[in-house]
Design a protein around this ligand. Structure first.
Ligand SMILES: Cc1cc2nc3c(=O)[nH]c(=O)nc-3n(C[C@H](O)[C@H](O)[C@H](O)COP(=O)(O)OP(=O)(O)OC[C@H]3O[C@@H](n4cnc5c(N)ncnc54)[C@H](O)[C@@H]3O)c2cc1C
Length: 392
């Protein structure tokens, strides 16, 4: 059996690849996602998204009437694979905008909401962040307490969100709020869009600096924040079901696998050129990781294949999430060790081997088993929905 993409996808891949080489030269590391490194990185990500927007490549899989190209799942996989491989930067437009709120609005939004918001995503103007988690609500998200009370044409919001990735860069936030505290916890939640968050009275964004010393996420406080009722998505108190849509058009995580492959290629080159004793020590382990990376790639392709047949991946996506996140942690740890003491130098250090990508990626990979649903929760999903075991 020969597994490969069709001619059309390979032509597209050549086009995307030459665009990426021209735009970013392939030198960007994973750490610049969401512009977490510096203001300059963020501006570069904005310029990159503007160049994508010109080609209609911000949301290629969206229907044409919403500013996409109507690309197939396989074509979108090509985009994601190449973007992952070259470390294409993002601002929150593609990840949160195209990956989360856009598809949610396409399904649950009013015509007016679709007409207003979707073109601002595909133009790169709107940079979104996600206000779901709270200090007392993470895995058990339905325990969220941020309160919204209807007052005339507005909701008045009070409470707090946490771990809001890119909140300091974003101009828009989608969030879950409690509108009926008396109802069973999943039934008293609503889904709200907050516009122009930097200029919204009562809304404060406080930085949370992570262990890589990057300002990636934030705490967001709401004190009598007025949100127009027209910004409600779906029905009041039915927001839980809106919030769980997460109908990403492509959920294979193939970009993550491609980024790992790029790292393995760089490590292979470094071993080939480096001292014999280092080569002898690491060569078979490197071979193991290349095999594991290929397994991850095919697990990802399986998800794309299911989606192309109109099937909705369920526990299969959990398998991919666990496999790719835990493999990434091992690969980046391996890479840091292979490069020796210098392998601990971060990108800011001029002499950092391989541009300092390894320690940056290593630290950034640590939370990958926490976000997007922790790996323990994913294992519960595999046990119950995949293996049919009763809830423990
Ligand atoms: C880098 C990063 C970026 C993030 N970005 C965002 C963002 O932009 N917006 C946003 O809203 N949130 C964001 N989050 C928050 C993320 O969604 C939560 O951290 C995650 O849902 C886990 O919640 P928690 O941290 O409250 O941990 P908890 O839910 O308190 O879990 C603590 C531990 O208990 C385990 N556990 C909990 N319940 C179970 C169970 N039923 N079975 C087995 N084990 C269980 C968990 O797996 C974990 O190990 C981000 C998190 C990280 C790390």
């Amino acid at each position: 059996m020969e597994l490969r993409f069709g001619e059309k996808e390979e032509q597209l891949r050549a086009e995307v690849r030459s665009f990426l080489k021209e735009q970013i030269g392939g030198e960007t590391g994973g750490g610049s996602q969401l512009g977490s490194r510096s203001d300059e990185d963020f501006q570069r990500a904005q310029a990159f998204n503007a160049a994508l927007a010109e080609r209609g490549w911000i949301a290629p899989a969206w229907p044409k009437e919403y500013g996409g190209l109507g690309a197939s799942i396989f074509e979108q996989m090509v985009f994601n694979e190449e973007f992952g491989y070259f470390g294409a930067p993002d601002t929150g437009t593609r990840g949160f905008g195209v990956g989360m709120i856009g598809p949610t609005l396409i399904i649950h939004g009013t015509e007016e909401q679709k007409r207003h918001y979707l073109p601002k995503i595909t133009s790169g103007e709107h940079i979104w962040c996600q206000g779901y988690s709270e200090p007392g609500a993470g895995s058990d998200l339905a325990s969220l307490q941020t309160r919204a009370v209807r007052d005339g044409d507005d909701f008045v919001v009070n409470g707090q969100k946490i771990w809001t990735s890119g909140g300091h860069r974003a101009n828009q936030m989608f969030c879950l709020v409690r509108t009926d505290p008396e109802a069973p916890k999943h039934r008293g939640i609503s889904f709200l869009l907050i516009d122009d968050i930097k200029n919204t009275p009562g809304l404060t964004i406080q930085p949370l600096v992570n262990m890589a010393n990057r300002h990636h996420f934030n705490e967001v406080f709401f004190e009598d924040v007025r949100v127009p009722a027209k910004n409600l998505v779906g029905e009041e108190n039915r927001g839980w079901y809106v919030g769980m849509t997460l109908l990403d058009f492509e959920r294979s995580g193939i970009g993550t696998t491609a980024a790992q492959r790029r790292t393995l290629e760089k490590l292979t080159a470094s071993l080939r050129e480096g001292p014999e004793e280092i080569r002898a020590k690491y060569r078979t382990k490197l071979a193991d990781f290349v095999i594991a990376n290929n397994v991850g790639r095919f697990l990802g392709y399986r998800i794309g294949y299911m989606q192309s047949r109109g099937e909705v991946p369920n526990y299969e996506a959990s398998v991919v999430k666990i496999y790719q996140s835990e493999l990434g942690q091992k690969i980046y740890n391996f890479g840091v060790n292979l490069l020796g003491l210098g392998g601990q130098l971060m990108p800011e250090e001029g002499k950092a081997p391989l541009g300092g990508d390894l320690p940056e990626s290593y630290i950034q990979a640590v939370p990958s088993s926490i976000y997007s649903g922790t790996n323990e929760i994913q294992r519960n999903i595999i046990a119950t929905r995949g293996l049919g075991l009763p809830r423990g």
